[in-house]
Design a protein around this ligand. Sequence first.
Ligand SMILES: [Zn+2]
Ligand SMILES: [Zn+2]
Length: 621
Amino acid sequence: MIAEVAFDAPVDHPFSYRVPAGWAPAPGQRVLAPLAGARRVGIVLALREGDETALKPLLAVAEPGPRLDAAALDLARWIAAESLSSVGSTCAALLPPVEQGTRTRAVAPVDRPDDPLPTARHATRVATTQATIGDGGIELLIGAGRERRLLERIAGTGSALVIVPDVESAGRWAQRLGKERPARRLDSGVDDDIRGDAWRRLGVEGGVGVGTRSALLAPLPPGAPLVLVDEHDVAHKPPGPPRIHSRDVVLERAARERRPAFLTAATPSVELWWRATERGGVTMAPPAAGPWPPVTISDTRGILRREPLTPPLARAVRETLAAGRRALLLVSRLASSLACDECGEITRCPQCALALVYTRAAATLSCRLCAITVPLMDTCPSCRGRRLSPFGWGLERVEHAVRRRFPRARVARWDPDASRGARGEAQRAGAAAAEIVVGTRGALRLFGPASLGLAGFVSPDQLLRLPDFRAGERMFGLVWAAAERVGAEGSLVIQSQNPTHYAVEAVARQDLAAFYRSELKFRAELGYPPFRRLALVRVRVRGTTEVQGLADAVTAALRASARLTVYPPVAERREHARRIVVKGHGDLPAALAAALADFRGPRPRRRGIIDAEVDPVEWPS
Ligand SMILES: [Zn+2]
Ligand SMILES: [Zn+2]
């Protein structure tokens, strides 16, 4: 017997091993096998008969039975193909770690009859209790009270798999769902053995499983719903293989297994909104209006700003402190592009509408998509004004100004993405106790719905200036999330050079649909998702001439495909790296894989690292 084993490595093909006599590993089960002189954990993809005399034997089985059944293994293959990842890396990322104790066991126990893993018999028994849920159906829950409605939807179901963006939310949701019935945690916030046991029991006994994206393949009784909380959160597509959004996996799994799926979002991704309103396949009730703060837009065009706080924002802070409530001032990271201080116009690429990236040393502006470079202009193309600047406010400058202005207030700065560990914890505690928090978008997580007296945006234009076609969606999501955290009696102040931008206006009117109407029009006109799919292909190799040569060769190979629109290679910030943007259709992953086959196979045509990300959610600038 020969076992085909895949490892956590960027290699597409599995490796063949001899199965020692008397062993009975199953597809979906993890084993230990020798690879490049080391003992490595891999997953059995298939078993076959054949000439095994020249093959090395498996060393041990790493767990008592398969973690994935045939359907889950097939879903893992789909995920790998969609994200151009290897099946081995996909399984490594989407399975609980191999439990301690079994890992070091060299002698393999054969398949035990009392194996506590899911079986067809169990599954059928649970299925009969699930009959009321019905077949498939995807629902997007938006607006006020969406989480309460979600809980109502799944209250009558014995089982559900709830995927949340991060470990912190997993703890919170497990507590919330655990009031009715035990909720099993499948994320890294609990010990490995608890997590492994939860995975196993979910398939056999049913119940509610809560986890992050590493739980996407967890077993679940037939008919039980899949849930994705905060669908719009970028944390649902973390770095590392398989680079795929949890939303895409949930929708695919629901369709394959004919399960209902519920997704919640404050501001759904443009892709999902489009499915719910135009393309079909997703139902959505109109958003329920909740309490909404009055929104003040402070127009900062033409104002020479020596202070980060304009009078309306400073006044709002003062009133909030006087009322004994808390204020959050949001600062965005500095963008590397230019805008006109007179009229607010952002210098954009004429073809792609992306903000052009300003390079001070070369005094040029360039497009991160089509690679055109234009010399720096000295007047604004829109108003002929002479104040074009890469202006922005950093976190520390804002904090300093706030302390000077409100010397008696407790002020704290918090940027959860910049400080981790003990320092991050101390900063978080400081922020939790402060009257005024100066923070980045991650700081919003500190506050529950309607818990703030004031949310103030110092200059959200910095978000619009990002060289990313999602800049508008990003800004809209952030301002909307802030508004939800301010009570009706609080206030939201937006200082902006783009006060008439549709994202700002949609938040001011609490009108979700207004934003997506404008955004979808823009996306359709320029051929951005959801109308086309995009991918970033990165090429890395030591040496400047080598990297350019390899980038040219890859570009030529991609251009040979009639299914792809290929932009010229652009130098990355890191040396020895180039980025190529590719536009395609629904079959983009397959077309990319075919075009790159010569470079990514077991014997690549040239030296270098080529890595492709399909449907990127965050663009590196
Ligand atoms: Zn201007
Ligand atoms: Zn361009």
